[in-house]
Ligand binder design. Structure first.
Ligand code: ADP
Length: 417
């Protein structure tokens, strides 16, 4: 086992408190995002909007695992095999004991679990009991990559942290009440209903949080908004007066925008074609569409910074890929403006949305017909704050709002207590 401690300047998405102790009397929530071979966690003070500690257990079940624990400007990295999720979480709790903050004194009032697929069952956070666990289990066929991993996280956390309530916060909840016209595919009704095929969306916690921040920042609750969550996964949502009316991800997170490794929208007949003509199997096509396409499949790299480097080096394919990416974004924003009958605010969030000023400028330039104008100075300013980046002459407010899913999960969790 190797252990290294370093001063860290890397900021998790939630602001890290320089004073790592929670304020006197303040409540905290331990937020857990359990993946198939990883556990991400954050100890959040939801009222103050602060992350008091954060970390990551990775490569669970592999030969060489790692745990990174950040607290009070320090980052501790441990390298050792981690047999399973239970061992990983027990190690994390040991690190809280050893390195702080001391959970027994942090007034942890809940554990908030991120759950990707809540199907038609959850339109908000749910206090986890055996019945909720059973429902998340029933939803595994709709979230085969995520829900089994969340269930593992929930199981071990309920064992190790038995004295506090556990709350599930669903990525799909914000889109549970989409109008039927947006949620239902024009697929044979009987088949669609028998197999629960409809648009569930994803990234809902982020879209809800970001659109709420926009309303607060602009001081208006009646806004017609488009939120572009552009990370490795990417999705757009249309939100009217705080309610989602459409979203780009569908039955699964494959639909919609061009992503790091996913195609986004593609004619489903491409599947028939690849099966018949190329002899590909379903799993092969699944991998092709979900992992080996998007920017990675178009340029060889899924990192936008690398795509821009290649564009600057004169690579025509990289420029073409960016054009495809921007085209899809512009198409969705235009479609959602039509769906909502107008557009008051357009917001960029997540890794690309928050950091890529050049992409924002290209998208907004193309939306000039809606009266959208970027302020080049505000757009290129480096800032971690939520801010308006449109010019004073813009008919559409354009914003950059850092997403903060952990804070949103923590805030939702405490609403149930
Ligand atoms: P995830 O979907 O994995 O949570 P993130 O929201 O963290 O993704 O976004 C990750 C992506 O953000 C990276 O793949 C990279 O393309 C992009 N990114 C990060 N920083 C920048 C930057 N300065 N400019 C352009 N893209 C960036």
């Amino acid at each position: 086992m190797t252990t290294t401690a370093t001063q860290t300047s890397t900021q998790p998405s939630t602001r890290t408190a320089s004073d790592p102790a929670p304020g006197a009397g303040s409540r905290t929530v331990l937020v857990i995002n359990s993946g198939s071979s990883s556990i991400k966690y954050q100890l959040v003070d939801p009222e103050a909007g602060l992350a008091l500690a954060s970390g990551l257990v990775e490569r669970i079940g592999e030969e060489e695992g790692a745990i990174i624990h950040r607290h009070g400007g320090q980052e501790l990295r441990i390298q050792a095999p981690i047999a399973d999720h239970g061992t990983g979480l027990a190690e994390v709790l040991r690190l809280f004991d050893e390195q702080g903050p001391d959970l027994s004194r942090a007034n942890v009032v809940a554990v908030g679990h991120r759950v990707v697929q809540g199907g038609r069952f959850f339109s908000g956070p749910a206090l986890i009991d055996d019945e909720v666990v059973d429902t998340i289990t029933e939803l595994v066929p709709l979230g085969p990559l995520h829900n089994p991993a969340h269930l593992k996280g929930i199981e071990v956390a309920r064992e190790l942290l038995a004295s506090v309530p556990h709350v599930a916060v669903f990525d799909t909840a914000f889109f549970q009440d989409l109008p039927e016209a947006a949620a239902r595919y024009a697929l044979n009704r009987e088949v669609a209903d028998t197999y629960s095929i409809r648009r569930y969306g994803a990234h809902g916690t982020s879209h809800q949080y970001v659109s709420g921040e926009v309303s607060a920042l602009l001081g208006r609750q009646d806004l017609k908004q488009v939120v572009l969550h552009l990370g490795n996964g990417a999705s757009a949502s249309a939100v009217v007066a705080g309610r989602a009316v459409d979203t780009s991800m569908g039955l699964t997170p494959l639909e919609g925008l061009v992503m790091g490794g996913r195609t986004g929208d593609i004619d489903p007949a491409a599947v028939f074609h690849l099966a018949r003509v190329a002899g590909m199997g379903i799993d092969e096509i699944d991998h092709l569409f979900n992992r080996a396409s998007g920017m990675k499949g178009l340029t060889g790299d899924n990192d936008m910074r690398e795509v821009w480097r290649r564009i600057d080096a004169g690579q025509a394919q990289a420029r073409e890929a960016m054009d495809i990416y921007v085209h899809r974004l512009v198409k969705y924003v235009g479609a959602y403006a039509a769906v909502m009958g107008g557009l008051d605010a357009l917001t960029f969030t997540a890794g690309i949305g928050e950091n890529d000023a050049r992409l924002r400028a290209e998208v907004v330039e193309r939306l000039g017909f809606l009266g959208a104008r970027i302020d080049p100075g505000a757009n290129t300013e480096r800032s971690g704050r939520a801010r308006v980046v449109s010019g004073s002459d813009s008919a559409v407010a354009v914003l950059v709002v850092p997403t903060n899913e952990e804070l949103a999960i923590a805030r939702q969790a405490v609403t149930l207590l």
